[in-house]
Design a protein around this ligand. Structure first.
Ligand SMILES: [Zn+2]
Length: 246
């Protein structure tokens, strides 16, 4: 069976891998526009910014309550379930600045920032695909992006396409991994969210690598986010300690 033949209209359910960040929140809205029933998976790997998980819960709560958001089109489609999946073994296995309190720097040896968690997206999507298989769901959505990526190799289009093929073979099951942000800049993602009517939701998303709320405004992730908003010519509703672009 050709994967392109799995039409969305015949498959009303989808799984969104959701961190509570800006990109995955945009993807969640993208998915809600297209699929009737969404299952949201958030992974708890003892990430340094645990506040991200609280943000994820709050965002789901807002999206599931018509009184709490102002997105006119969001009526019929809904989030059926939000599962927080504990994978704390990652923090005992791996040393990375995304988990441990170590400096976030650029590693000349690997050519990657020390926030890189090797295999993270592959692991998340494999777990999500196993869950999809059991629930007869054909669509996975992830916010990975090759355009603005920090050099993370598991965010690349080739990695995702290859993983989709591996999952298809390994489970003998047709599944599509949608990557609506793959070729978008941060500014384009913001404009996409604006079209979806969800810019105000960005107030509750989490980006800061230091795990601070209000966001520090200075770390790599905060700066990338601030630059994206500047380029898009929009105001970020998130609270910052400083909004200065360095
Ligand atoms: Zn920050």
């Amino acid at each position: 069976m050709n994967l392109k033949n799995i039409e969305m209209k015949n498959n009303p359910s989808a799984i969104v891998v959701f961190s509570g960040g800006q990109d995955s929140t945009t993807c969640l809205l993208w998915a809600l526009k297209r699929f009737e029933e969404i299952i949201v998976l958030t992974f708890n790997y003892d990430q340094r910014h645990q506040v991200e998980i609280e943000c994820a819960k709050k965002l789901i709560n807002i999206l599931n309550s018509k009184q709490k958001h102002r997105i006119q089109w969001l009526g019929e489609n809904y989030i059926k379930e939000h599962k927080i999946i504990p994978i704390s073994f990652l923090s005992t296995l791996l040393q990375t600045a995304m988990i441990q309190e170590t400096d976030i720097i650029y590693d000349d040896e690997t050519d990657l920032p020390t926030t890189f968690v090797p295999g993270r997206n592959i692991l998340f999507l494999t777990i999500a695909a196993a869950y999809a298989y059991q629930h007869k769901i054909r669509h996975l959505i992830t916010g990975v992006c090759q355009t603005d990526y920090s050099g993370y190799p598991d965010c690349r289009d080739a990695t995702i396409k290859s993983l989709q093929a591996t999952l298809h073979l390994g489970m003998d099951y047709d599944i599509i991994i949608h990557t609506p942000l793959m070729w978008k800049s941060k500014a384009e993602t913001i404009k996409m969210m604006e079209k979806l009517g969800g810019i105000e939701l960005y107030k509750y998303t989490h980006t800061c690598y230091k795990g601070q709320r209000p966001a520090c405004g200075e770390c790599f992730a905060c700066q990338l986010r601030l630059k994206g908003f500047k380029e898009a010519g929009r105001e970020d509703p998130l609270e910052y300690t400083t909004r200065e672009i360095l």
